[in-house]
Write a protein that binds this ligand. Sequence first.
Ligand SMILES: C[S@@+](CC[C@H](N)C(=O)[O-])C[C@H]1O[C@@H](n2cnc3c(N)ncnc32)[C@H](O)[C@@H]1O
Length: 314
Amino acid sequence: MEVGHQPVMPDEVLGTLAPQPGSLQIDATVGGGGHTERILEAASPDGRVLGLDADGAAVERVGRRLSRFGDRLVLRQANFSELAEVAPAAGFGAVDGMLFDLGLSSFQLADTDRGFGFRAGGPLDMRFDTSRGVPAAELLATLNADELAALFRRYGEEPASWRIAKAIVAARSTTAVGTAEELAALVERVVPANPRLRRRTHPATRVFQALRIAVNGELDALVAGLAAAVDLLRPGGRLVVLSYHSLEDRIVKQFLNAERRGCICPPEAPVCVCGHSPRLRLVTRPSLTPSEAEIDANPRARSARLRAAERLAA
Ligand SMILES: C[S@@+](CC[C@H](N)C(=O)[O-])C[C@H]1O[C@@H](n2cnc3c(N)ncnc32)[C@H](O)[C@@H]1O
C-alpha cells in the first residue's frame, strides 16, 4: 500500500486562503498535493494553482494523482527560492493566494532510500532535489569536528553538538557513517534518550533536522521565497505559512513583522531612513496551532504553527 501524506491544518489553511473561482494560487510546497487538491476544489470551476516542489518525485506523483483537474493545475519542479522567476514564467505573475507548508512530506520520510527517517537503511542523502547539492553522508564524511558541531548547534540547537561531532569523527576513522540508521544509532549511544521524552522525541531528531536544513539550504530558501511571495501577491491576496520548528518560525515571524511595520531600519536608528512602507497586514495574531483532535489523528501536525498575512495595496 502506498504511504499517504495528510495535509496539516487543512481547514485553517483553506479558511485563510479562501480561494475563489477564477483565482490564481501558488502552492510553493506541493508535496503529496493534499492542500493543492482542496484549493482546486474550493476554487471550482476555473480557479488555477501553480504547484512547486524541489522534489521531482513529488511533482510526478501529484501530476498523476490530480490529473482530473487538467490545466487548472500547473506543476513545476523548482525550489521556491526561484519563485520570482518561475511563477511569472508559468503565467502566475500576480496571484490571490500563496501557501508554504515547510519541511518534508510523509512520502519522503517513508522512502528508505533517501535517508530522512531514523530507520532508513539506504544512503543518508536528505536532498529534496536529488539532482543538486551534496548528500548528508558527504557532509558527515568531510566536515571536521568543529564544523560538524557548529552545524548541529546552528541548525538543530543541539546541546550535545560537540560530543556528537567528536563521536562521528572517531567512528568514521574505522567505518563511514553512511546511512540514517547508523547515524541515529550513533547519536543514541552518545546522547541516550531522555526517559521523560522517550515516547515523543528520538534523541537524533535535532541532528537530523540540522543536516536536512544544511543539505537543502532551507533557511536561505525560506527568506528568498517569502520575499518573492509578497512581490507576487495582489492587494488583498493572502500568504499562509506552516512551519514545524522554531528556526523557520522565527524567520517567518520576523519577516511578517517587518513587512507589517513598514520600517526595516535597525532599532537603534534615530529616524527612519529605509523609506519602506507596510506591505502586509497580519491575519493570524500571533499564530494558529492544530487542535488536539488533529494531533491525535495526525501526530505529524504536532509541531505545526500557522502564520498568515494579507497584501496591502502598494
Ligand atoms: C510538508 S510537505 C508539503 C505537503 C503538502 N502541503 C501536502 O498537503 O501534501 C513539504 C514539501 O515541500 C518541499 N520543499 C521543501 N523545501 C522546498 C523548497 N525550498 N522549494 C520547493 N519545495 C520545497 C518538500 O520537498 C516537500 O515535498
